[in-house]
Write a protein that binds this ligand. Structure first.
Ligand code: AHR
Length: 497
């Protein structure tokens, strides 16, 4: 099977945004406790942060990190997490049926963010709480004046405000599982009033209204329309969340998951534009894809404890990813990149232990899941402008998405450097790809492919290095044409100069 591509610097969609490579730290399972924070760990620093996790976070190339949830935020009292640690209360976390010792809170997270070199993205609780508490947290984080709550931050040892730019107005408020779940009208009004007041305190904020927690929600579409109608003047982005997993052992459909993400983004953008038209407005609302990943939601690891069992940092959502999962993650990044004109921010959910690229053994090593690699390489090498590609691909049949292209691709270019990201979604056949390179970048720098004879191979604490992206020796460039063979179920990156 053969495919052909044309790549031309004139086909620019928009800039590669660093914020596309965000991630997420929630008080959930072992993401915070024994994830980023484990004071007794041999690599822990004076603040109790694991040095090995900080190193891997930097290597992953994460730009922004959303905090503190997730479903957790809808019951969170941020005040519990600031001030002297020994005085902080232990609280029930109803979202994940766990106990939170609150030994990590806002100030610890900001310190970790600083060490990791990432931009914090905060979420406020619009589940059990409202505008007043959101304003209090904003004052604690962003106000330089000598107001009471800013002074509280100073008393806790932080003189300069954190000046956090991006704020999520609640989390997944469309979901019946959410503490304080609301109708679109109820949420839209609360989000609008909270956003309006937050802007009065800090006009420089970038605010994200909750969109749908998945495209298959019964309220999808209408939820966005109503929420954006209410919040139009006060927000910059609307969120989208999507998790994919292989259902009914249908690997071929699962490999087509990016088709759903493409349609999701296009439909949210169209809905936002329709609200703009009704408002006679030229404003463009962006999309914050602030939760996305592969997540096997039907596995036992995703079920929270119950009854009298309220453990601190239980093992939850610790999916072990395969090579096929990593190919899907790489493809989802391609979808986010090609929508860079509309997706202004995105977060791989999550960062450590919980549906995560980085895993830790308490007291032991930190290791990389298969999904670490396409994320890290894309974050490192996608630069400059995103280029739409013209693609002629053989097709595959899927039960879930119908007939789709076997190959998917996007390119980025900065000066003489061009990088092409390619997927072969076909479970059986390799595809020979020939790429017409217009614009002068026609020297091969490297071609790396992630694939395996066993697409179900999973990395582990004992072995996270035997299946990684390796040089693809089929790649060559001649007379402005790149030729490469993509093995079945594979992710590939080709760098040219
Ligand atoms: O990322 C795991 C959970 O998925 C988050 O807490 C929630 O927002 C979503 O449903």
């Amino acid at each position: 099977r053969t495919a052909s591509l044309v790549i031309d610097p004139a086909f620019a969609v928009g800039p590669v945004r660093r914020r596309t490579f965000g991630s997420f730290v929630e008080h959930l399972g072992r993401c915070v406790y024994t994830g980023i924070h484990e004071p007794d760990h041999p690599t822990a620093d004076a603040d109790g942060f694991r040095g090995d996790v900080l190193d891997l976070t930097r290597e992953l190339g994460v730009s922004t990190v959303r905090y503190p949830g997730g479903n957790f935020v809808s019951g969170y009292r941020w005040e519990d997490g600031v001030g002297p640690v020994e005085q902080r209360p232990r609280r029930l976390d109803l979202a994940w049926h766990s106990m939170d010792p609150n030994t990590v809170g806002t100030d610890e997270f900001m310190r970790w963010a600083d060490k990791a070199g990432i931009e914090p993205m905060m979420a406020v609780n619009l589940g059990t709480r409202g505008t007043a508490e959101a304003l209090d947290l904003l004052e604690y984080c962003n106000v330089a004046a000598d107001s009471a709550i800013a002074e509280q931050r100073r008393a806790n040892g932080v003189d300069e405000p954190y000046r956090v730019k991006m704020w999520c107005l609640g989390n997944e408020m469309d979901g019946p599982w959410q503490i304080g779940h609301k109708t679109a009208h109820e949420y839209g009004r609360l989000a609008a009033e909270t956003a309006r007041a937050m802007r009065m305190m800090d006009p420089s904020l970038e605010l994200v209204a909750c969109g749908s927690s998945q495209r298959s929600m019964p309220t999808f579409g209408e939820w966005e329309r109503v929420v954006l109608t209410e919040t139009w003047d006060f927000v910059d982005m609307i969120s989208a969340h999507a998790y994919y997993w292989e259902r009914d052992e249908d690997l071929q459909s699962f490999l087509g998951s990016a088709v759903d993400m493409d349609r999701f983004i296009d439909q949210v953008a169209a809905t936002a534009d329709a609200v703009g038209a009704a408002n006679k407005s030229d404003k463009v609302i962006g999309i914050s894809f602030d939760e996305w990943n592969v997540w096997y939601q039907d596995r036992a690891e995703s079920r929270p404890p119950s009854g009298d069992d309220w453990p601190v940092a239980p093992v939850l959502l610790e999916d072990n990813y395969s090579v096929a999962d990593a190919v899907v993650v790489g493809n989802l990044l391609i979808s986010l990149l090609r929508h860079t004109d509309r997706v202004w921010s995105a977060n791989l959910a999550q960062l450590v232990n919980v549906i995560a690229p980085i895993m830790t053994v308490p007291g032991g090593k930190a290791w990389k899941q298969t999904i670490f690699h396409p994320f890290a390489l894309t974050a490192r090498h996608a630069k400059g402008e995103v280029l739409r590609v013209v693609l002629d691909s053989p097709t595959i049949e899927t039960a879930q998405f119908g007939t789709i292209d076997a190959v998917d691709a996007v390119a980025t270019a900065e000066g003489d450097e061009m990088t092409v990201f390619l997927i072969n979604r076909d479970v059986d056949s390799p595809v020979d790809v020939s790429v017409a390179l217009r614009g002068g970048s026609d020297t091969l720098v490297e071609a790396l492919t992630l694939s395996s004879d066993d697409p179900r191979y999973q990395a582990s604490a004992e072995d996270d290095a035997s299946v990684v992206p390796v040089a693809n020796d089929t790649a060559s460039v001649q007379d402005g044409k790149l030729s490469i063979t993509l093995p079945p179920i594979s992710w590939t990156m080709v760098r040219l100069a």
